[in-house]
Design a protein around this ligand. Sequence first.
Ligand SMILES: [Zn+2]
Ligand SMILES: [Zn+2]
Ligand SMILES: [Zn+2]
Length: 135
Amino acid sequence: MEAREVLENHALKTTSCRHEVLGLLLSTPQALSQSEIEKSIDPDTDRVTVYRTLKTFLEKGLIHKVLDDSGATKYALCIDCGVNDHNHEHVHFKCNECGQTSCLDKVSIPVINLPPGYKITEKNILVHGICQNCG
Ligand SMILES: [Zn+2]
Ligand SMILES: [Zn+2]
Ligand SMILES: [Zn+2]
């Protein structure tokens, strides 16, 4: 899929920043942090614009947050998400060798039974190990 097409499908106007950031995420299999994104796009783009672009993408169901132990929030593309149906019950994998974090879309998070009185709003599982490329 092309960036322009994805933006149109989500009723988003194409701006150069949106186009660049989305194009980068489409061509990168791993999750990326904002600073990694900034390094790979037009250096004249200011941080606030990148931040707003990511925020819009998050709200519209184009990307989701991937929590990382480095403290940096990373972002990964959504597959088949929409504004009202943002579902990310899949495992994220961080490689000890290359440090890359990726979505394991096919691996769902197991059911977690909480004690009475607790309610789940979000589940995040980060699995550490050696990835396909490094193994
Ligand atoms: Zn999503
Ligand atoms: Zn690796
Ligand atoms: Zn993911």
